[in-house]
Design a protein around this ligand. Structure first.
Ligand SMILES: [Cu+2]
Length: 165
């Protein structure tokens, strides 16, 4: 009897595991459905859209440039980024430290098919726009880069200066 019960429990666990995998395959759907993450990174944390104090429009183009390429933000500020891709190629805006972005770009080169989604990245199809909300909790110099293979090296990088209030 005990064995049967354990088998049923295992079956339930497997169904949940499969649901989780299927969910992970739709990163954009997940972004809207899940609650705001409380995970703190060295460059800040996911922002609550209701607490965004301003919206910054960021343009991306096939010239491998972000417009603007430099931002100044106050510590603690929650910013809504409206990221628009005016090019013909896929582009993305990924926030982080220069070191992390470089490492991440290397990984993308080795595994070009790799798809993942985090609150600090916006993948934007040609002609489309995406929104990303981030709170800059720490003072310092951070960056945003496009990690589509070759784009970072081509100069698709921007700088964020977070200054104390
Ligand atoms: Cu790009």
């Amino acid at each position: 009897m005990k064995t049967i019960r354990n088998t049923v429990l295992l079956g339930v666990a497997l169904v949940f595991a499969q649901a989780a995998i299927a969910h992970g395959e739709k990163p954009h759907a997940r972004k809207e459905a899940r609650p705001v993450s409380t995970e703190e990174t060295v460059f800040g944390r996911e922002g609550d859209p209701r607490k965004a104090s301003r919206t910054i429009d960021v343009g991306m183009s096939d010239k491998m440039r972000f417009t603007p390429a430099e931002l100044t933000i106050k510590q603690g500020e929650t910013v809504r980024f409206r990221v628009k891709n005016s090019g013909q190629a896929m582009h993305e805006m990924v926030l982080g430290t220069m070191d992390e972005l470089r490492k991440h770009a290397e990984m993308m080169k080795k595994h070009p098919g790799m798809e993942h989604d985090e609150p600090y990245m916006a993948h934007v199809s040609p002609g489309k726009a995406e929104t990303m909300v981030w709170q800059f909790t720490k003072v310092g110099e951070f960056h945003y880069g496009c990690l589509v293979p070759g784009h970072l090296e081509a100069g698709m990088i921007g700088k964020v200066k977070v200054v104390s209030r």
